[in-house]
Design a binder for this molecule. Structure first.
Ligand code: FES
Ligand code: FE2
Length: 381
């Protein structure tokens, strides 16, 4: 049996930086929800792989730019979410939908820029791709096609489900002390809920670990092809979604009648979009949770969590309370996972024992085989 994940992958600042370059600045990543950008000038800001980014609606068109002013590097939009024109707070340079500076107060009188100099004042723009209401971004200058990262089946299901998202969204961020990869090893692990969540999630959802013998066999041998396109093709296997586990006696709440349910199965739905996005519905498609894991440092991950129901049939008075209750419920479950993962991280050191994974962990083993290959010299996606 082959052990692959050396503790250095969770501890080393040098590997963290390599990961940012080779994975997060190359792959399509979760950028936000279109449901939070419905109006002209609505924006969200975030740091992606170390780069401040603003994503803004310009008369219905959503664009992504580097959120750093070309004058003297101030952040242009300073709030996490909001609605205002793309104007720098420092000396009020204004940018248009192309990211071009189109107004500088007293420009001719005090700056003395030539027409050519003004022409060159354009923000770096990033590629966006939307699937239903989910926005993805790619920081690379020449992004590879979105379809090379995600399968048609995955895209179709994400599109159908995310088109049902409501525009009222609650968001919070947890600052967790573990490496982002631990979160995904945990999310791909159907064996943990009965031990970690016996009184919460596992009470209603029956997760059953299963063994995929061919995948397990495959995970024991090295990747045969390691060209960029072969690595991208392999990466497509790591994003999947849909009905995951049955919910027995799905509890019925009054608000369920106020929204348009997505699907009709009493199932726990789960989407994993590699590398760092997790979407779930723990009540058979009445509401969703989006979890976005943002790597900050080898031992530090921000978990940004969004709660929303499916689209309301019409506005109702207590919808905010519904989201608050969802948030409190998932706070318990996320808290149980965070506690375990922080303990795992805290126990790691460079000579820690290498993990011993069994057959039910075939997917994690395949991801780790791919990941360690990518991290090795000369390999890229
Ligand atoms: S730094 Fe933005 S206008 Fe001066
Ligand atoms: Fe969990």
């Amino acid at each position: 049996m082959q052990s692959r994940m050396h503790p250095k992958y969770y501890l080393s600042p040098e590997i963290f930086e390599r990961e940012q370059q080779k994975l997060f600045r190359k792959a399509w990543l979760f950028a936000g929800l279109k449901t939070m950008l419905v109006e002209h000038n609505a924006f969200i800001t975030r740091k992606i792989a170390g780069i401040p980014v603003v994503i803004q609606n310009f008369h219905g068109e959503i664009r992504a730019f580097e959120n750093v002013c070309l004058h003297r590097n101030a952040l242009i939009q300073t709030e996490a979410v909001g609605k205002r024109p793309l104007v720098c707070a420092y000396h009020a340079w204004r940018y248009n939908a192309e990211g071009q500076v189109d107004h500088i107060p007293d420009c001719d009188a005090i700056y003395g820029f030539s027409a050519e100099e003004k022409q060159e004042l354009k923000l770096r723009e990033f590629a966006l791709h939307s699937v239903g209401n989910v926005l993805f971004i790619n920081l690379d200058k020449h992004p590879f096609p979105f379809e090379e990262q995600f399968s048609v089946a995955f895209i179709d299901l994400l599109e159908s489900s995310s088109n049902s998202y409501d525009t009222e969204v609650m968001v919070t961020t947890w600052h967790a002390k573990f490496n982002w990869k631990l979160a995904y090893e945990n999310l791909r692990d159907a064996n943990h809920p009965r031990f970690v969540h016996p009184k919460s999630l596992a009470k209603t959802v029956k997760f059953i670990p299963s063994v995929d013998q061919p995948a397990f066999q495959e995970s024991n041998s090295p990747l045969s092809e390691t060209s960029p396109s072969a690595l991208r093709q392999e990466m497509r296997r790591f994003s999947y979604g849909g009905a995951d586990a049955p919910i027995n006696d799905l509890p019925h709440f009054g608000w369920h009648d106020q929204v348009q349910r997505w699907g009709s199965q009493d199932m726990y739905y789960n989407w994993l979009a590699f590398p760092n996005l997790h979407i779930a519905s723990a009540n058979g498609g009445f509401s969703f949770t989006v979890e976005h894991h943002i790597p900050i440092a080898p031992d530090h991950t921000d978990i940004e969590i969004y709660w929303f129901t499916t689209r309301k049939k019409q506005p109702y008075a207590f919808s905010n309370q519904v989201l608050l209750a969802q948030m409190h419920g998932s706070k318990v479950v996320v808290g149980e996972d965070v506690e375990i993962m922080e303990q795992v991280q805290a126990a790691l050191h460079m000579d820690a024992p290498l993990p011993t994974q069994g057959a039910y962990e075939a997917t994690n083993r395949l991801v780790e085989r791919w990941y360690t290959t990518l991290m090795a010299n000369d390999h890229e996606i």
